[in-house]
Design a protein around this ligand. Structure first.
Ligand SMILES: Nc1ncnc2c1ncn2[C@@H]1O[C@H](COP(=O)(O)OP(=O)(O)OP(=O)(O)O)[C@@H](O)[C@H]1O
Ligand SMILES: [Mg+2]
Length: 328
């Protein structure tokens, strides 16, 4: 089963540029979480910090008692084997076939025999729907296929923690929907703890158990998906509605003058309205029940008292079977 990831007071800067500060959150074991945030808010830097590839100046990332920030490099390397990381750009080797790309971590990090490697690689290729394409070079396949190859490669070492950096970028809406289902099915099959960074609002609305958002060098919020999906915080509702009006500008933060001007012209309140929370995706027929979802239900029920009312209502609705089996 997946492993809990505890992030405590993480702060990262590059030189004088602070990326984010005092970020704390827990990725619950075996649950699926999504991190949202405008471009440049440091989502990729956050993933790289969790896996220990970048070193925040302050804070800890605890995984099985190992601190991915401050522990000896040998322990960090060992713990990194628990991870599968799907990079934003796919990061495939252009001169290697898909098979060799996906086999790479096995050849690099294990002493498995070639026959065993073949079995594992073909199984993962099957999971992501790339059977038949294993002999192709990355340059000979579509962007969506490259994404799925990157996912297959992230899966070969049986990861207990999976980090996906914008798995949907460059995909059309239909392929994004398939990918969302694939991520949920994967979670049902291996019960890995998953963190997905995305800009895609459909993924955000349908895939995760938990959701957070980075903005203006801070973690705006992190918690059950319903909290963010029903939030009235301007930055959150602007992002989820994909509006120009609001605190997020082209260069992430609008300057004060632009905001003031906007407010002068937009005297009418922005249409917020009750936001509906669509049901979370279920595993495909024939897949096991998501153990993470079962644990999540108990966890969320026990924290109901601390949640805003809109989120509480949405959670209760999602756990109450609708009459006649209809799932509005
Ligand atoms: N190795 C590095 N050295 C210096 N600055 C860096 C480094 N890596 C990232 N940055 C800076 O950190 C900031 C956040 O970058 P990051 O790639 O994490 O953003 P992001 O939220 O993933 O954006 P996007 O949604 O466009 O992928 C950027 O300003 C970037 O220039
Ligand atoms: Mg990024």
């Amino acid at each position: 089963m997946g492993i809990e990831v505890v992030v405590e007071g993480l702060t990262k800067s590059f030189g004088k540029q602070n990326i984010w500060q005092d970020v704390s959150l827990t990725l619950p074991a075996g649950e699926v979480s999504v991190m949202l945030g405008p471009s440049g808010t440091g989502k990729t830097v956050f993933l790289k910090s969790i896996i220990g590839l970048l070193k925040p100046e302050q804070g800890r990332v605890l995984i099985n008692g190992v601190d991915m920030v401050n522990s000896p490099e040998r322990e960090i390397m060992e713990t990194r084997k628990l991870f599968g990381l799907m990079f934003q750009d796919g990061a495939l080797f252009g001169s290697m076939s898909l098979f060799d790309n996906i086999a790479f971590p096995l050849r690099e990090h294990t002493r498995k025999k070639e026959s065993e490697i073949r079995r594992i690689v073909m199984e993962r290729i099957d999971i992501v729907g790339l059977l038949g394409a294993e002999g192709k070079l990355p340059g000979e396949i579509s962007g969506g296929m490259r994404k799925r190859a990157g996912l297959a490669r992230a899966l070969v070492l049986d990861p207990q923690i999976i980090l996906c950096d914008e798995p949907d970028s460059g995909l059309d809406p239909v392929r994004t929907a398939y990918l969302s289902q694939l991520l949920i099915d994967l979670n049902a099959q291996i019960d890995a703890t998953m963190l997905i960074v995305t800009h895609n609002l459909d993924i955000a609305a349908t895939v995760p158990d938990n959701m957070g958002m980075l903005f203006c060098r801070n973690l705006v919020t992190f918690g059950p998906r319903e909290v963010l999906l029903t939030s009235d915080t301007p930055v959150v509702s602007q992002f989820l509605a994909g509006r120009r009006e609001g605190p997020i500008g082209m260069s992430e933060e609008k300057d004060a003058a632009t905001l003031a001007a906007e407010q002068r012209f937009d005297t009418a309140p922005l249409p917020t309205g009750p936001r509906t929370v669509v049901p979370q995706l279920e595993p495909s027929p024939g897949m096991p029940v998501r153990q993470g979802a079962l644990r999540r239900r108990e966890r969320v029920m026990s924290m109901m008292g601390q949640l805003p009312e809109a989120a509480r209502t949405a959670i209760l609705n999602s756990y109450t079977p609708a009459a006649g089996g209809a799932r509005a």
